[in-house]
Design a binder for this molecule. Sequence first.
Ligand SMILES: [Mg+2]
Length: 256
Amino acid sequence: MKEYRGFLIDLDGTVYKGTEKIDEAVTFVKQLKDKGFPYLFLTNNSTKHPSDVSDKLNQMGVPSTTDQVFTSSMATAHYIKQQEPNAKVYPVGEKGLHMALEDADLEIVDENADYVVMGLDQTINYEKLAKGALNIRAGATFVATNGDVALPTERGFLPGAGSLISVLSVTTGVEPTFIGKPESIIVDQALEVLGTTRDETLMIGDNYATDILAGINAGIDSLLVHTGVTTKEDLKTIQNKPTYTIDTLAEWTIED
Ligand SMILES: [Mg+2]
């Protein structure tokens, strides 16, 4: 086992399940903190502000500052800022997306947008989709926080961001640029925040299709932990395996 200096850690299914913490993950993150290893929580959840996420983590006993949370909304806002610093943006999403755009000093507009940005919006309605479609048809670039089709909840799998986004792509015939995992865009940005190199960083997550593929696409090693979405059975049919696979984070030894 190689020694890693930096850790990118998924949240749901890896550190907690909905409102329930995963004890082995709590211990794991505490050890990272005690030993002084940089870590960053990397989530496709575009709806929350990083301060809300770090509050939730701290309540669960997982040490986290706001700066240690990196969301697909933040990555999307940074991406647009890099492409066009004075871009006007029409967002379809929740608080986390709106605040990330504001934090990046991007102007939010209803019409004549340079970008239409879409993430999960649990109060989606026809008018929001109509404005999104009109802006894209008028030439706005279509960007999406993440493509997750289903959202795991206590009620079962609900429509995810990707499902809602498909309405706009079907309507306009335009496929968005996706930013969140498994795209390397979000991992590249996260590495800059974390300050470690590709070679010394490990991506940890429960979902092969997002977390592990994000690691593979970005050229960093990956650790699949079977506390969430991807089962051992699922992995059997997958060619390009994670670098490591474990049942819980208690099995992972952190070097000094
Ligand atoms: Mg997960």
